[in-house]
Design a protein around this ligand. Structure first.
Ligand SMILES: Nc1ncnc2c1ncn2[C@@H]1O[C@H](COP(=O)(O)OP(=O)(O)OP(=O)(O)O)[C@@H](O)[C@H]1O
Length: 633
């Protein structure tokens, strides 16, 4: 086995952004990125100096509204752009912020209304927490409907809770008490500051373990759970984060308007404008929702003032939404980025046709592994499956399967097509729940636990048809993994530093380090298999379930796969492998279990399995026996 320069040493002492050995462009040095940053800086400076340089109140008012929408859309981006949960109720949080300041300021006229701006952020975050518990069990269209229902619900409360909100008559807030010379400047600059905080939070989330987790949830939620991502907690945190600054902006907006009523504050058009802003600018980008908010607000004002307002706005928003979905599905900024990328590469994709690295022994790449003395391993099963059942209607996919995987072994699981092997894997990692039976891992019963908790206990699993997060890069796919769960751990930066270095070591091991910045969707099937292996190794699992690791890949890669499995096994990793390639599985695994019609029909050493008449009859067939005899000396 050839080895390469150890990654651990080549990157030691750097600033957390590992060096590029492949020669292709790295994000940190990307001129497009720096041009984008320069444009954002200039736009930021213009935004700050505009009201000082111009006393045009029309544009000042338009920018104030655009700032409110930019904060709203940027907040929405966290739950909808990153996590993929489209909310049409985001406008409700602007309204809630407005009503928080309205209710408090009218009851406590002696206090400065500014004091109630952070309170509004808190109120919206608490409401988001409650709504999160109620709604995050749903997804897709059901989630959209729940958020719309929520918007109408709070509007109904605002109309009917007269004692608090003054009903349809609305609330009149105290007028600003500062020097009239200052005009709207305090509103303007407070909103600029809130937008800056919102963007800072979005930027940090995108780079953190939380952000990686959210994007993984958007890409493939049940797969995300199998790599340790705590779905409900992360979604609720994202939901709260997507509303806290929005509530504050809503409060400033309410104070700025000085009059609020349920119709204006909880209009569905506000929510539509927020979604539109995010989609036009580019969802899941930092600046896209801000750009979108300014563009849409400009169009909104133009429609109001020059095209007659009213239904024209509905027509405009509806038409824009359709146009964006058809012509700019990713939004303006991603479209510009793709175009510049195309100009740079002239359509030549980065590493298409590049060779997979030869990898190296993991011990030469990192000091985190060491050989295990087998005699010290406890003589006990690491995994025990007892009388497991799962039927799909009349199909008895798994029907009382029982077997165990000894600690430190490479155990094989074979059986005819449709005998229930993949379903069994799905039950072991909770991709689907068992109807009855027990699953024990390392002496702990795990069949009642969710996927992410099984992953934290040391269970890693690859899929027969690979399930990488297609829109993430190769490196992001590996750093998205969460070995354990803590709220503080979610804040750790994932895309550079220690996490990224560990991920690069594993990518080097599987021979895919040169592909680290490629999107996963651009990889071949075999390359995806290798990255998926690196991904689950990031979990540092005790037990690795491999679903057809040799399926659909070339013979050289099959040999390399076998080598890697043996090496990992020598560091103490236990394997359970489902495979149809008999020479591969019988040469690698011991013991081997045979599944037939959802039950374990035989277990033993490869030699015992090869000569078991029931297995030959049900699975291997006489041809296999004849071939075996022919190759034996
Ligand atoms: N979600 C589902 N709904 C209905 N039937 C299912 C479902 N999943 C699996 N099955 C059925 O359960 C049986 C076992 O399928 P499974 O994929 O576990 O077999 P397998 O041994 O992995 O097959 P293969 O070797 O072809 O991958 C099959 O008859 C399959 O059609």
């Amino acid at each position: 086995m050839s080895t390469t320069t150890p990654v651990a040493t080549s990157n030691d002492g750097d600033n957390g952004d590992p060096a590029d050995s492949s020669g292709h462009r790295r994000p940190g040095r990307d001129p497009v990125l720096w041009t984008g940053r320069a444009i954002a800086l200039v736009a930021g400076i213009l935004l700050v100096v505009f009201p000082l340089a111009s006393d045009d109140l029309y544009y000042q008012n338009m920018i104030i509204l655009a700032l409110v929408f930019a904060i709203g859309a940027s907040g929405l981006n966290i739950i909808s752009g990153f996590a993929g949960y489209i909310s049409l109720g985001q406008g409700a949080f602007i309204g809630l912020g407005g009503y928080t300041i309205g209710v408090l300021a009218t009851r406590m006229p002696e206090s400065s209304p500014w004091l109630f701006v952070p309170v509004a952020g808190l109120v919206t975050a608490v409401v988001a927490l409650v709504l999160g518990f109620v709604s995050l069990r749903s997804s897709g269209p059901a989630f959209v409907i729940i958020t719309v229902a929520f918007l109408f619900l709070v509007q109904v409360f605002a109309v009917n809770w007269d004692f608090l909100t003054n009903g349809t008559a609305g609330l009149t807030l105290p007028l600003p008490d500062w020097d009239p010379e200052l005009g709207n400047l305090p509103f303007y600059y407070v909103l600029v500051a809130i937008l800056a905080l919102q963007l800072l939070m979005t930027w940090w989330i995108r780079r953190s373990k939380l952000g990686m987790g959210l994007i993984a949830i958007r890409e493939d939620e049940s797969k995300a759970a199998t790599i340790g991502i705590n779905l409900p907690t992360e979604k609720i945190i994202a939901f709260m984060a997507s509303t806290v600054f929005v509530g504050m902006a809503g409060a400033v907006y309410g104070y700025y308007l000085t009059f609020i009523d349920p119709r204006g504050m909880f209009s569905i058009l506000v929510s539509v404008q927020l979604v539109l802003s995010m989609l036009i600018g580019g969802k899941a980008t930092l600046w896209g929702p801000v750009l979108g908010a300014f563009l849409v607000e400009y169009l909104n004002e133009t429609a109001n003032n020059e095209w007659g307002g009213g239904n024209i706005r509905l027509f405009l928003f509806g038409g824009l939404l359709v146009a964006v979905v058809i012509f700019l599905p990713k939004g303006i900024l991603p479209a510009i980025e793709s175009f510049l990328h195309w100009l740079r590469t002239r359509g030549r994709a980065g590493l298409v046709g590049a060779r997979i690295g030869t990898g190296g022994s993991l011990a030469s790449l990192t000091d985190r592994v060491e050989l295990v003395d087998r005699s010290t391993l406890p003589d006990r099963p690491l995994l025990e499956v007892k009388d497991l059942k799962r039927h799909f209607g009349g199909v008895k996919a798994v029907d009382g399967a029982s077997f165990s995987v000894p600690e430190g072994s490479i155990t094989g699981l074979i059986g005819p097509n449709g005998s229930g092997k993949t379903t069994l894997f799905n039950l072991i990692d909770d991709t689907i729940r068992a109807e009855s039976g027990e699953i024990w891992l390392g002496g702990e019963r795990i069949d009642g636990k969710p996927s992410w908790s099984r992953a934290h206990l040391g269970l890693g699993r690859t899929f027969q048809i690979t399930r990488l997060f297609r829109e993430m890069t190769v490196l992001e796919n590996v750093v998205a993994v969460q070995r354990s769960f803590s709220v503080s751990g979610l804040g750790r930066i994932a895309v550079s530093g220690k996490e990224a270095r560990a991920a690069e070591e594993l990518l080097e091991f599987v021979g895919m380090r040169d592909f680290r910045d490629q999107p996963a969707r651009a990889l071949s099937f075999g390359q995806q298999k290798l990255v998926e292996l690196a991904q689950i190794l990031m979990l540092d699992p005790k037990l690795i379930l491999l679903d057809e690791p040799a399926g659909g890949i070339n013979p050289v890669l099959i040999d390399r796969m076998g080598e890697m499995i043996r090496e990992l096994n020598s560091y103490g990793k236990t394997f359970l492998i489902v495979e149809h390639n008999m020479p591969f599985v019988l040469g690698l695994c011991n013991p081997v279990h045979v599944l037939g019609r959802g039950r374990t029909m035989a277990s033993g050493t490869p030699d015992e399995i090869k000569s078991d008449p029931a297995v030959i009859d049900a699975y291997l067939g006489d041809d296999f026996v004849a071939e075996e005899k022919a190759v034996q000396p």
